[in-house]
Design a protein. Structure first.
Length: 348
């Protein structure tokens, strides 16, 4: 993993992360390949089990490209899941229809017994998906890879599922900080290697999803969110110089400035609770901003959607902006609303 590689980074999203301000911001949506699309549902029906779809390179590449074919977004994001990493570590992971992920909860003994060595061979179908997509994707489009941040992945591993405020992981971190640190360090190491291989397979940009960062207090945010992310960025850049990296510490609030300063990310994805004047005044001078439309407003549509789009463009349009949602698109979102969003962003 010590090899340094010069890798070309394609598309408008990569341009913005590299320092350019574009008159019309590039647009893509988190979870843009998903259940709101009939063509996705048709593919999903062919495969027993969500993880099986993630590890079927041919079908996963089809799903990755579906939103580009329908909406002509400026970027495709790899179709996979943040929980493929614990799966690769030998933990039991399944997705229950209508309920979400279920894992065998890990305890101190489980942490000590985690599968040793690099699990990248288990993840090789995902790298093949990236390679297949890159061959088919217009070279003007950005291909985005991703991983879950160590804290967020750890919360699912400890609780076995999403829970209110992810209390089980916070409790373990408080009661057994040394053992929890071992888990975080293992996830940090693997996540960095995983992202490096995604770049080598053809990803132009990667995003680190820390969906549960907002439940952490100040000191824990530093230890469990900022420090692991900074370590991932450093290791990835040691192998892939100038690797464009977006961080998404959802719910980070007033700690976002520190996150940007200390992690070294090129882009900051912000959720809809972040005030636009704060993003403009305190963040946009340091980093590209991605976001931050409320997914519920996209679901709602109509004039409320139009106003929200215009507000973001007016407040952040003069900065390095990547237009996106503040979290993933909701499954019940009408396709017509997405078409309306894309058209309005592009008409400026």
């Amino acid at each position: 993993m010590g090899k340094r590689e010069a890798i070309h980074h394609s598309g408008k999203v990569a341009q913005v992360l590299g320092g350019e301000r574009l008159k019309t911001p590039p647009i893509w949506l988190m979870r843009q390949a998903g259940r709101y699309l009939p063509e996705y549902r048709a593919v999903r029906a062919k495969v027993p089990g969500f993880l099986n779809l993630c590890f079927d390179s041919e079908l996963a590449s089809q799903v990755t490209l579906q939103p580009i074919e329908r909406f002509d977004f400026d970027a495709a994001i790899l179709f996979a899941d943040i929980l493929v990493v614990p799966h690769a570590l030998g933990r039991k992971v399944e997705f229950v229809e209508g309920e979400g992920p279920r894992l065998e909860p890990i305890d101190n003994a489980g942490i000590a017994a985690l599968k040793p060595g690099s699990p990248l061979e288990t993840l090789s179908p995902i790298f093949e998906t990236i390679s297949l997509v890159r061959k088919q994707l217009d070279e003007k489009k950005t291909l985005i890879g991703f991983c879950g941040a160590p804290w967020t992945v750890a919360t699912y591993m400890v609780a076995g599922q999403g829970t209110p405020a992810q209390a089980p992981a916070r409790l373990m971190a408080a009661q057994s900080p040394q053992q929890f640190q071992i888990l975080i360090d293992r996830l940090t190491e693997i996540s960095a290697d995983y992202l490096i291989e995604q770049f080598r397979a053809g990803a132009d940009v990667v995003q680190i999803f820390d969906s549960w960062a907002g439940v952490l207090g100040e000191n824990d945010f530093k230890r469990w969110c900022i420090d692991p992310t900074a370590a991932i960025v450093e290791k990835v850049r040691a192998a892939v110089p100038d690797a464009p990296i977006i961080g998404f510490p959802k719910g980070g609030g007033l700690m976002l400035e520190r996150y940007v300063a200390e992690t070294g990310v090129d882009g900051l994805s912000i959720d809809w609770t972040v005030p636009l004047d704060f993003a403009r005044q305190q963040l946009s001078g340091q980093v590209a901003i991605q976001g931050n439309l409320d997914p519920l407003l996209l679901l709602s549509g109509g004039k409320a959607l139009d106003r929200a789009i215009d507000h973001i463009l007016e407040d952040l349009g003069d900065s390095r902006l990547i237009f996106n949602l503040g979290h993933g698109i909701l499954p019940q979102t009408p396709i017509a609303h997405v078409e309306r969003l894309v058209a309005r962003v592009r008409q400026g």
